[in-house]
Design a protein around this ligand. Structure first.
Ligand code: ASP
Length: 386
């Protein structure tokens, strides 16, 4: 035995010592009867597993020959740019959409696919990271927050503003930190943030509170009405008191029927009756996000009241969402919102349009008789109901 090895070590207390050599590709032989200290046994047992679900987005993109436009590459190309994925303390497995797609092409079918991947592998992994284009990430992540009832593990969405192969890219930091967050557990072995979240630049946000705010800066997302759940610097600082925890005894339940007969009606000074009427009389329409001014205000024109009231009487659910990023709808604060109340328009409080639309589509698809009642309730931290 002495001749076959360059050196021997009497393995002591610190398992990190061994790991250093494993990373350097030193061939290590562990004798069969070797005594493995308890600390190492615990470490091995505690190694977290994360499933990376790649849908595409800029993070996976390369320039197309001819047009020079960015298009998603394939997952093998992406992996080649990210050797770090397989060198960390977390075991990362990958499942990818084929082909990878730009997030402008993502909708309910893709949300279903992502949620089903989480559900299918729920027991095998400690957490999930979803790679996704930034353009519609807030919609997808909001949708999953409503689809995965009683979620007890982290599902962290991330992406980047520059492709992974670009030198100055934000891809690696975003992805590696998202993986660390998805794997993070407290001293009792419980996930620290068992929610659907978005990690970007240096913040972790509750997904259904986010909006894409910037197409240029690395800080692409913000959560205007709810504080960040964690900030990443030298250390990741979590804010557990802000996290939404489900009862761990309840089983994960998937909801994945969407009814897309919904619309957004954004009010503006000078809006025409014909436009409002055409939208509200769209055949099959079941739900409307009414984007209003300030604290939920609207013009007092009688025709607007009549159109809204008639739509509500036809069974269409209309929810009032302010056009402001920060703050809440307060119907009745100004006289100019009284008509909306009288017409039967619901308050969306401080919800985002992304969360409201996806919640509406899912409730209309899953529980249409309860949709009106549940749209007025906070289901998983998406709005502050006073
Ligand atoms: N168009 C890209 C996408 O949403 C933008 C990005 O990923 O940042 O897929």
């Amino acid at each position: 035995m002495v001749q076959r090895y360059d050196f021997f070590c009497i393995y002591a207390n610190n398992p990190l010592f061994l790991r250093k050599y494993i990373k350097k590709n030193v061939k290590i032989c562990i004798c069969q009867n070797i005594f493995v200290p308890l600390q190492l046994q615990n470490e091995v047992k505690a190694m977290s597993k994360v499933l990376l679900i790649s849908t595409g987005g800029t993070i996976t993109m390369v320039r197309q020959k001819g047009t020079n436009a960015l298009v998603p590459a394939d997952i093998e190309t992406f992996k080649a740019f990210m050797p770090e994925l397989f060198a960390s303390d977390v075991k990362v497995d990958i499942q990818a959409f084929t082909p990878l797609i730009d997030s402008s092409d993502i909708g309910p079918d893709s949300w279903r696919k992502m949620a089903q991947m989480v559900v299918a592998h729920y027991d095998e992994y400690d957490g999930f990271v979803v790679l996704h284009g930034t353009d519609t990430m807030s919609y997808s992540a909001s949708a999953l927050s409503f689809m995965l009832e009683n979620l007890g593990k982290p599902v962290v969405f991330t992406g980047s503003q520059l492709p992974v192969g670009v030198l100055r890219s934000d891809a690696k930091e975003n992805l590696l930190t998202a993986i660390e967050i998805a794997a993070a557990k407290d001293e009792d072995g419980n996930a620290i943030v068992p929610e659907v979240t978005i990690y970007f630049e240096d913040r972790l946000f509750r997904a259904n509170r986010t909006t894409k705010r910037n197409a240029e800066h690395f800080s692409a997302f913000n959560s205007y009405n709810y504080p960040a759940l964690a900030k990443a610097g030298v250390h990741i600082t979590y804010q557990p008191h802000l996290v939404h925890y489900n009862d761990p005894r309840l089983p994960l339940k998937l909801h994945d029927s969407f009814d897309t007969n919904v619309a957004v009606l954004k009010l503006f000074p000078g809006i025409q009756q014909s436009v409002v009427r055409a939208l509200l009389r769209t055949r099959g329409l079941k739900g409307v996000v009414l984007e209003t001014f300030g604290a939920g205000n609207a013009p007092t024109d009688k025709w607007l009241y009549r159109e809204l009231k008639a739509a509500v009487d036809r069974g269409i659910i209309i929810v009032n969402k302010t056009q402001c990023n920060t703050g809440s709808v307060e119907m009745g604060l100004y006289a100019v919102s009284l008509n909306l109340m009288k017409a039967g328009v619901l308050s969306g409080y401080d919800i985002t349009t992304e969360a409201l639309l996806t919640k509406m589509m899912l409730l209309l698809g899953e529980r249409p008789e309860q949709a009106r009642e549940l749209l007025g309730k906070d289901l998983c931290g998406e709005m502050t109901v006073d």
